[in-house]
Structure formats: structure tokens, C-alpha cells
Design a binder for this molecule. Structure first.
Ligand SMILES: NC(=O)c1ccc[n+]([C@@H]2O[C@H](COP(=O)([O-])OP(=O)(O)OC[C@H]3O[C@@H](n4cnc5c(N)ncnc54)[C@H](OP(=O)(O)O)[C@@H]3O)[C@@H](O)[C@H]2O)c1
Length: 312
């Protein structure tokens, strides 16, 4: 009999990508019956999931009793939270812990959590304000303390999709052939880029062999790219001269205080790196676990797929 796999964020990027991956994988699609969680089953993304054979159940992470029927009978859970919904670390921790508690009570065997590094610990207490990383790490620690039969932790890098997310300003034509990339990132600053549509490829090892990957952190990205490489590759694909913004130029793009730390990199990215000092080693380890058939999307392929690039 197929095992029930409950996927939070089913209508969003991470959970949606995991569902796509499992549905197209011959073995995993037979092994699991997918159950997608949403707050609103009538929304188009949820209706489409239903049409593709996914069971859709309404539940709200802010309402723990609603999680009980959602997790009933589940063998595996992919849990994620959307920090930006409330922009509150406290709310994110409460949501994550609620899912973990109810999952444990429901007898879940494989608990997968979308986590991020603990920046306060990584920086020996120097950086204490990267809340949306620390809050996810706090939930990871909590899940570890619950001793599920198996667990795994997905640590995604910087989504390639961020560059045209509504929150982030769009690159802007500033002359006939020059485009300003609205980030004042030093040219040699390196970011781990992930096409979040590839999420399932990184999680596949833990799904195929939960015992082997019990407790593993899957630090996930196609590769580290320097800021200079990011704009150079974009230039190559678009045929325009895409260049990094200066600190002064970036000011014109800032319309929300939260953008400031992203468009101008904070000390985490500058001094420690997105995944911390062991990021290269940890990413190499994850990449070595993946099935070579599950080819990861490069930044260039991602740009080609999302073109043509008619900048405004
Ligand atoms: N962007 C990046 O580079 C990056 C990198 C690492 C980590 N992250 C983290 O990724 C998370 C966002 O993930 P995403 O981009 O995959 O999200 P997304 O595409 O914005 O989708 C959010 C999902 O969360 C669900 N959701 C939100 N609040 C919920 C609630 N109270 N109860 C039940 N479901 C709820 C939504 O479901 P319904 O709306 O259907 O209910 C939706 O499926 C953030 O926490 C962010 O910190 C982002």
C-alpha cells in the first residue's frame, strides 16, 4: 500500500516542486500518495493539484488543531514555513514546532524540514539579527530533539527566482545597451544559486533511503556563483551589458526597508557566506549524493528558459 506523504507549501515554490518531482518519478510516485496542504483548497493552484491526483487538505500552521486531520496516517512530511507571511521569527518557530509536534503524535516516520543555518551560532554571537535563518534553525534543533525514526533537513540557497520576485526590483535599462542589476553586491561575493524548481532532486536521496540520510543536512544549490558571474552570464544570455549597481545607484530601487539588507549585502553574505564558512564543503557533499540523472539547472539555463530579456 502507498504511504501518505504530506507536503506543506504544496501551492508554493518548494512544496510544489517536490510534488512535481515525485509525480514524474516512476518509483516514488508508486511509493507515495501525496497530500498537499493549503489554507484554501479552492485556489487555482490547489485545484490543479487535485486534478493531478494529489489529495488536497485545508489546514493552517497557525492553528495546530487543524493540523491533526491533515497529518493523520502520514508516513512522511515535508514541512516548510513562509517567514514573510508574518515577518516574525516567533510566528515561524511556533508554526514549525506545531507541525513537528502534531507529526510526532501522528506517528510520522520521516520528517523533512526546510531549514537554514543558525547565523547566531555560526558567527559566535556576532550576528544576531538574521532572524529568518535562526528561526528555521531553531525548529531544526527542535525536530532533532523529538527523535523521529528518520529526519532530514533541506537548506536551500538563494532562489534564482528571487531576481524577479515581486519583492525585488527589476533590472533597469539605463542606456541603449546597459542594464543595471539592482544589487550593490561586490563582484567577488559568492552566492549559492538554486532553481527552487529542482527541490525534489536534492530531497530524492532522503526519500529513497531515509535511514542512510537520517539527520542529514542537504545544503542545496546548483553552485556558488560570484556576483560578477551572475551579471556576466545574464549579459551573455540577454545580449545586453548587465552590470552590478553601486551603493548609490541602489538607493533608487529601495521601496521597502526589508529590501535594504538584500540589495546591499549584510555581514552574513560578506563575511561568513550564505551557508557559513563550511558552505563549499557542505554543498560538495550534497551534490555528491544526487543521482546524476537528476541534472541541476544552471543559472544560464534558467535565464534562457525565462527569456527573452526585454528589459524596461
Ligand atoms: N527566496 C529564497 O532565496 C529563500 C532561500 C531559502 C529559504 N527561503 C524560505 O522559503 C520560504 C518560502 O518558501 P516558498 O518560496 O516555497 O513559499 P511560497 O512559494 O511563497 O509559498 C508559500 C506556501 O506556504 C503556504 N503557507 C503559508 N502560510 C501558511 C499557513 N499559515 N498554513 C499553511 N500553509 C501556509 C502557502 O499555502 P497557501 O497560501 O495555499 O495556504 C504556500 O503554499 C520562506 O520562509 C523563506 O525564508 C527562501
Amino acid at each position: 500500500m502507498s504511504k501518505i506523504f504530506v507536503i506543506f507549501g504544496a501551492t508554493g515554490k518548494q512544496g510544489g516542486a517536490l510534488i512535481n518531482f515525485i509525480l514524474q518519478d516512476e518509483a516514488l510516485s508508486k511509493e507515495f500518495n501525496l497530500r498537499g496542504i493549503t489554507r484554501k483548497a479552492s485556489k487555482p493552484e490547489a485545484v490543479q493539484l487535485k486534478e493531478r491526483g494529489v489529495e488536497v487538505i485545508e489546514a493552517d500552521m497557525n492553528d495546530p488543531p487543524s493540523l491533526r486531520p491533515a497529518l493523520e496516517g502520514a508516513y512522511a512530511v515535508f514541512a516548510m514555513t513562509n517567514f514573510w507571511d508574518k515577518a516574525s521569527a516567533e510566528a515561524e518557530v511556533a508554526q514549525g514546532k506545531a507541525i513537528a509536534d502534531v507529526s510526532l503524535t501522528a506517528g510520522v516516520s520521516l520528517m523533512i524540514w526546510s531549514s537554514l543555518p543558525n547565523v547566531t551560532k555560526m558567527s559566535n554571537g556576532e550576528l544576531t539579527t538574521v532572524e529568518h535563518f535562526d528561526s528555521k534553525a531553531e525548529v531544526e534543533d527542535y525536530i532533532r530533539s523529538l527523535n523521529f525514526p528518520s529526519s532530514a533537513f533541506f537548506l536551500p540557497g538563494w532562489f534564482m527566482q528571487n531576481f524577479w520576485d515581486n519583492f525585488v526590483p527589476k533590472p533597469k535599462m539605463i542606456s541603449e545597451d546597459t542594464v543595471l542589476f539592482p544589487f550593490a553586491w561586490p563582484p567577488d561575493m559568492r552566492m549559492p544559486l538554486i532553481d527552487i524548481g529542482d527541490a525534489g532532486k536534492y530531497l530524492a536521496p532522503a526519500l529513497r533511503d531515509p535511514a542512510k540520510y537520517n539527520g542529514a543536512q542537504l545544503v542545496s544549490a546548483t553552485a556558488f556563483y560570484s556576483a560578477q558571474e551572475i551579471v556576466d552570464i545574464w549579459s551573455g544570455v540577454s545580449g545586453k551589458n548587465v552590470r552590478l549597481a553601486t551603493g548609490d545607484e541602489v538607493e533608487q530601487f529601495i521601496t521597502h526597508p526589508l529590501q535594504r539588507d538584500v540589495l546591499r549585502p549584510g555581514p552574513l553574505f560578506l563575511r561568513y557566506g550564505y551557508f557559513g564558512p563550511n558552505g563549499d564543503r557542505d554543498l560538495d557533499w550534497t551534490l555528491a549524493q544526487l543521482d546524476p540523472a537528476d541534472k541541476l539547472t544552471t543559472w544560464e539555463e534558467f535565464l534562457v528558459r525565462n527569456g527573452p530579456w526585454d528589459f524596461e
